[in-house]
Design a protein around this ligand. Sequence first.
Ligand code: PMP
Length: 396
Amino acid sequence: MELISRHQKTIEFEGQDIHLPLFLDHQSTTPLAPQVRSLMLEVMAFPGNAESDSHVFGFQAQAIIQNAKAEVAALINAYPDEIIFTSGATEANNLALHGPLSLRPNTETLLTTQIEHSSILTTAQALEKRGHKLCQLPVAQDGTLDVSKLQTAIASTEVALVSVQMANNEIGTLQNIFEIGALCQKANILFHCDAVQAATTQTIDVKRDQLSLLSLSSHKIYGPQGIGALFVKRGTPLSPVILGGGQQENRRAGTLPTALIAGFGEASRLARQCRDTDRKHLMHISNLFKKELRHQLGANIQFNGSETSHIPGCISATFTGIEAVDLLLEIPELALSTGSACASHAATPSHILTALGLDAKTAGSTVRIGLGRYVTETESRYSANLIAKTYLNLVT
Ligand code: PMP
């Protein structure tokens, strides 16, 4: 099979070379960090099953996995034995809900929000079909959850588990995880957080935020696809979802993929090391990007999500009077998205934009732009300029 060339075309903009197509969809996945890639290549050169206790290859795999586990744990201030490796955050989210809930009476409620990732919402709905009670709290127009609504819900019903994401994958809005954690702790309720989109730019601290469970995905932090983790606080009851050979203390069976885990560990180490520079860089290029679009398009562009509490780099923009798909078709130079990659096959408008109060037409005019660690200032200005010019051509 022939792969698309990373540099199909090189153009000059403001005196600098820009290689096209440009990847601007970092909420869907992130490129591998070079350090991650070289470590993985090294690890892949050896066979090794961490369950093999009879030879040096098995011991080496065990050591690599232990090291990576310590790095993932350090990223979120957890203990290494609180980390369960999964195939990604979809599986981590499934385990986070099924794991504790299948041990609880189904008279108790699962409390979540209307703007969670589809891996939470569809799992929650499947649990509801099995008899569990489900409550999906609405959010404000900017995507923030009013914590007093959660407090009221906790006071009025028997709650087994609260699951609230840290940052949204379409609009970037951050929730007040610290306050929610304090509330759950006081009410003695398990609290799960999907922190997938926050892990490169926010300080995640499972102790500070009093979390019982937290999901991570390697490919959102410049690590490989196919690996993720669920943090499970010591002592939290959890029934396994995947059964088999008893790996990971019977909490998730299956041979551990050594190279993927090594890559995830290295990506976690880098995320911790680069957090402040990543955040500052993404804030800077996002501001440039938005400024350029606002300057050229004025009232024809509107940004969704919270102005004050959001992850930098995730830009949800609604363009008046056009279909987002038409705009994207005109710009093959840029890899952009009309919404969450996991839901892009759906013909219905994004459940996240709908929950913010956007009608189907407005949601259909919305583009998600995801900037990342390796996107430069010039690339950001070039892209905003290209999007603005293409939009103006479409509407005139
Ligand atoms: N949660 C959120 C917020 C996400 O953005 C994603 C990925 N789109 C997932 C969960 C699922 O992660 P994975 O691709 O590792 O299954």
